[in-house]
Ligand binder design. Sequence first.
Ligand SMILES: Nc1ncnc2c1ncn2[C@@H]1O[C@H](COP(=O)(O)OP(=O)(O)OP(=O)(O)O)[C@@H](O)[C@H]1O
Ligand SMILES: [Mg+2]
Length: 305
Amino acid sequence: MTEALSVGGRARIGGAAHIECDGLVHIYKVADLEVVALQGLDLLVQAHEVIAVVGASGSGKSTLLDILAGSKTPSAGRAVVNGNDLTRMGRRERTRYRRRVVGFVWQQTQRNLLPYLAAIENVELPMVLDGRSRTRPRAMELLHLVGIAERADARPDRLSGGEQQRVALAVALANSPPVILADEPTGELDSRTSAEIFGLLRQVNAELGTTIVIVTHDALVSEEVGRTVSIRDGRTSTETVHRRERGTDGGYRTISEEFAMLDRAGRLQLPRSHIERLDLARRVRLRLEEDHVGVWPDDAGDDGR
Ligand SMILES: Nc1ncnc2c1ncn2[C@@H]1O[C@H](COP(=O)(O)OP(=O)(O)OP(=O)(O)O)[C@@H](O)[C@H]1O
Ligand SMILES: [Mg+2]
């Protein structure tokens, strides 16, 4: 019997999405060359969700985050974050967006903080730039939240990598953005410190309700968040949804379910592993069942290849 590959009807995660990317395209122009970094990426992230974005080097993860951060304008497609259309923002709107709607944490610890300012002054800076006064009490509160209040007066070079990322998160949260974007925030940290930073991101999500998008290479980390989106060649390929379930022995286990994004044209990208496992090539056989679509290798031979 030929193995079937089922595409169930429950893959839609639509609704009131907080982040919505629809057919997002980004092309870098370098001299005469064009590099297509994103080629029709679709993504939906609900308010208060934490998702991980994974993918091979060069798959477009940082480009996606830079677009969501408002620092790059997409070449085509749509990106809407918290009601802000990133394809249509003017300069002033963009500045406001970058100050208030998104907070960013980078991989390079030194890129997140100004070296000549104390930790607390770094946290105050986005508030000062946004024209707020009495910034110190809030900055202190944030340093408490990220567990580093006792080092408030230290300059970044006196802090460990993990401590710097804690401060960076406080900086990102300074103006209470509804969204935090983190591009490999633990890329330069050891595994124990990484786990602490991830724990902290989850705590921020739980306590403040912040929507969080984390780019990571760490497969273990991606299991700890609710949903992992894989990007391949500048497109969303699959999504893995993780659920914790209590087993009969009383312990918790993680159940993972895989989803794919269907774009507006009805195109679906199958995971490479599925394609190889069933030896699918070019033409596949489809059958519409009552509640799912079956996909089989085309046994008819070479005529469709
Ligand atoms: N400034 C740039 N100019 C030209 N091409 C670029 C630029 N930045 C990225 N690219 C290209 O765009 C593609 C996507 O790059 P991107 O940095 O978004 O990938 P990534 O998934 O973040 O990779 P990594 O895991 O290595 O960080 C790659 O082919 C990359 O070479
Ligand atoms: Mg990157």
